[in-house]
Design a protein around this ligand. Structure first.
Ligand code: MSP
Length: 671
């Protein structure tokens, strides 16, 4: 039997569960249900990442023994997820004994193969990212302290003895993997990013800490604690039997590994596509088939995160929306792989339009008519004139197309397009019903046959959709199937196994609303009150809890903006520059070194932190905007004599170089 192994990242227990966590789990659960429905022997893993200095500190702050503290948070995760009925086969915890045992095993194998050595590490560490930064990668705040670019918090200087993983030795093998297998990293844009990063060279990775206690000890050297990412990434194999006897140990592991789909947020892509395959290669194990990076749910244009404090409250979500509505919104609204902005307004609109007026309305009007006109028994496809017959056939063909399109899109994890295809079938049958007016046909006994055809076609469409949508809407498809009188576990069969017309003669069940319409105004007011804001139109409410006044009229001075006068602006000398040469800076992932012609006697050397987003060779000849009178500074041993301007996009601050649509001479002033 074909197998399918799908994983979510394991969630840090240093924060409460939020929409980001729920989102990845919804996707994984949908994929797992989809694969099971198609007969694949599926294993779905999720769980919690419970080690690290931050978790230790949080427990200290809470005045609890660390294990007791994390147990409480794990319970919160499980409670928050429970209503969604996720079908994960196991919940891995990195504090479980079998996991620890197996992490040792992975370490020992990598060490025996010569990929781990002892040395000394010095670097700037962010306990929130669990990552080291070099000075050139980060900015200083007003007091001169180095600040984490993701969390806006001071970095700590750590200098200690450490074990290192020889990541640098894996550069070629990793590049070969990315090149040979385009499906290893998806989507394509993320693959390019990772390739460009690895092409720039890899440093060995420090994989142990002396200063951290809460973690797994290094085999044979208990003074050292294994780096949390080495520990955490291992979960994907430890929880299916690698190096321990969980679930039937080695045999079970060999059955499911390599994973078919590892879902991750794009913020943790590098760990999963550089470190993780390298660790596996070091231990002589196969790498996963696909690591798919999804986008971030944003709130007011910023990433939702515990550190920024703008997360969507899962209790609020649960209170106002059915679990199927949340699943549907997550899969339909966010184009998988891209970022999406989460608003309750958009969710209410989507649920009302697609679920209440769309699928829900199709179910209730079809079933009510079957009950009223045919005493609750699904009619045979009656005979009808050519015109009506042709339109009924179009609906039937449309359902076949929807099934095929949905399948094609879901196979490539293009969930929102798959759902669009299903909803196209709903729109088609809705129009068919409205045009055929069965309520008029029912008034005339001579029109009994056409009436049968209309309702037979509507019921069959609904029955097919109620099977097709099982992975996305498990509760409501079950309810629709019951109302259709389908008591034969059709949720277990694949849509392709359904035969058109099979429902004729079935007695339908009790007709009940599936997706009641939501009162947008009332729910929005309730949500705003619950979140502690005033339900007034004139306020913009940020999830940070801060209530900001609505933007002032154009003629007024916007509050909070520190204006400069024209003399201040004149102090900044902006000039047109042409990039003459561009290259990467060895051992600095983020830096490019340019020579730029500003129309002066000599071109200038300028460094810019854009290496993760631009291929240097493609920038040659490009006209850019340079801050020409910025005091020179040294970056990675190179003098940088100016600054290249770029827009900073999204939470990750993706740079987009500023430039011109028309030709401009080098050195021209910008004012
Ligand atoms: N513990 C690590 C993962 C280790 S996997 C071996 C971790 N945990 S996390 O709890 O911080 O994040 C888990 C997942 O939630 C990540 O994939 C992250 O991208 C995702 N999300 C967190 N916030 C998110 C949004 N706002 N939107 C979508 N997903 C986001 O990282």
């Amino acid at each position: 039997m074909n197998k399918f192994y799908v994983t979510t990242p394991i969630y840090y227990v240093n924060s409460r569960p939020h929409l980001g966590h729920l989102y990845t789990t919804i996707i994984a659960d949908t994929v797992a249900r989809y694969k099971r429905q198609r007969g694949l022997d599926t294993f779905f893993l999720t769980g919690t990442d419970e080690h690290g200095v931050n978790i230790e500190r949080a427990a200290e702050k809470a005045g609890l023994p660390v294990k007791q503290h994390v147990d409480g948070i794990v319970d919160e995760f499980k409670t928050a997820f429970a209503p969604y009925g996720f079908t994960n086969d196991h919940w891995v915890r990195t504090t479980d004994d079998y996991h620890k045992k197996a992490v040792y095993e992975l370490w020992k194998r990598a060490e025996a193969n010569g990929h781990i050595y002892k040395g000394k590490y010095e670097g700037w560490y962010c306990g929130n990212c669990n990552e080291f930064y070099s000075e050139s990668e980060v900015e200083k705040n007003g007091e001169g302290t180095l600040i984490c670019p993701t969390h806006d918090r001071p970095l700590e200087l750590i200098a200690e003895e450490s074990y290192f993983f020889k990541l640098s030795a894996f550069q070629d093998r990793l590049m070969e993997l990315y090149e040979k297998d385009p499906n290893f990293i998806r989507p394509e844009a993320r693959r390019n990013e990772v390739m460009s990063f690895v092409r720039g060279g890899l440093n060995d990775l420090s994989i142990s800490r002396i200063s951290v206690n809460w973690g797994i000890q290094v085999p044979g050297d208990p003074d050292h604690t294994i780096y949390v990412w080495f520990d955490a990434l291992s979960n994907y194999i430890t929880a299916i039997g690698f190096g321990n006897d969980q679930f039937g140990g080695e045999e079970h592991f060999r059955k499911y590994w390599p994973a078919d789909l590892q879902l991750v947020g794009k913020d943790i892509l590098r760990f999963h596509t550089v470190y993780w395959p390298a660790f596996l290669m070091a231990a002589g194990l196969p790498v996963p088939k696909t690591v798919f990076a999804h986008g971030m749910w944003l709130s007011g244009g910023r990433k939702m995160s515990k550190t920024l404090g703008n997360v969507i409250n899962l209790a609020t979500l649960r209170k106002h929306f059915s679990t199927d509505s949340v699943r549907y919104f997550c899969l339909r609204e966010m184009v998988f792989g891209h970022d999406g902005d989460f608003t309750y307004e958009a969710m209410l609109d989507r649920v009302n339009a697609d679920l209440a007026s769309g699928l829900g309305n199709l179910a209730s009007r079809t079933l009510t008519m079957v009950r009223n006109y045919f005493d609750g028994e699904v009619p045979e496809a009656g005979s009808a004139d050519g015109e009506l017959r042709a339109r009924a056939s179009e609906v039937r063909d449309g359902v076949a197309h929807a099934l095929a399109d949905f399948e094609r899109e879901f196979e490539i994890y293009s969930f929102s397009r798959g759902l669009e295809a299903a909803w196209a079938a709903i729109a088609r049958v809705d129009k068919f019903i409205s045009d055929a007016k069965p309520w008029d046909l029912a008034k005339n006994p001579d029109q009994r046959e056409p009436l049968k055809l209309v309702l037979h076609t509507a019921v069959e469409t609904l029955r097919h959709l109620a099977v097709l949508l099982v992975p996305v809407l498990p509760e409501s498809t079950q309810a629709i199937q019951e109302q259709l009188g389908q008591t034969n576990q059709i949720s277990r069969i694949a849509p392709s196994q359904l035969k058109w017309g099979e429902s004729a003669g079935t007695k339908i069940g009790e007709v009940k609303p599936i997706f009641p319409r939501l009162d947008k105004k009332q729910i929005m007011d309730e949500i705003k009150t619950e979140e502690g804001a005033q339900p007034e139109k004139s306020e913009t409410i940020e999830k940070t809890g801060e209530v900001k006044p609505a933007p002032a009229a154009a003629t007024e001075v916007a509050p909070g903006v520190a204006f400069i006068n024209i003399e201040d602006f004149a102090k900044v000398e902006l000039r047109v520059g042409e990039i003459k040469t561009a290259e990467r800076v060895p051992k600095a992932d983020k830096l490019l070194r340019f020579t730029i012609d500003l129309g002066e006697a000599e071109p200038r050397q300028i460094l810019a932190g854009i290496a993760q987003y631009y291929e240097p060779e493609k920038l040659i000849g490009r006209k850019v905007i340079i801050v020409a009178n910025l005091a020179p500074r040294k970056l990675r041993g190179f003098d940088s004599q100016g600054m290249v301007l770029a827009a900073s996009i999204g939470e990750e601050g993706r740079p987009v170089l500023a430039g011109f649509l028309e030709d401009v001479p080098n050195g021209a002033k910008i004012r």
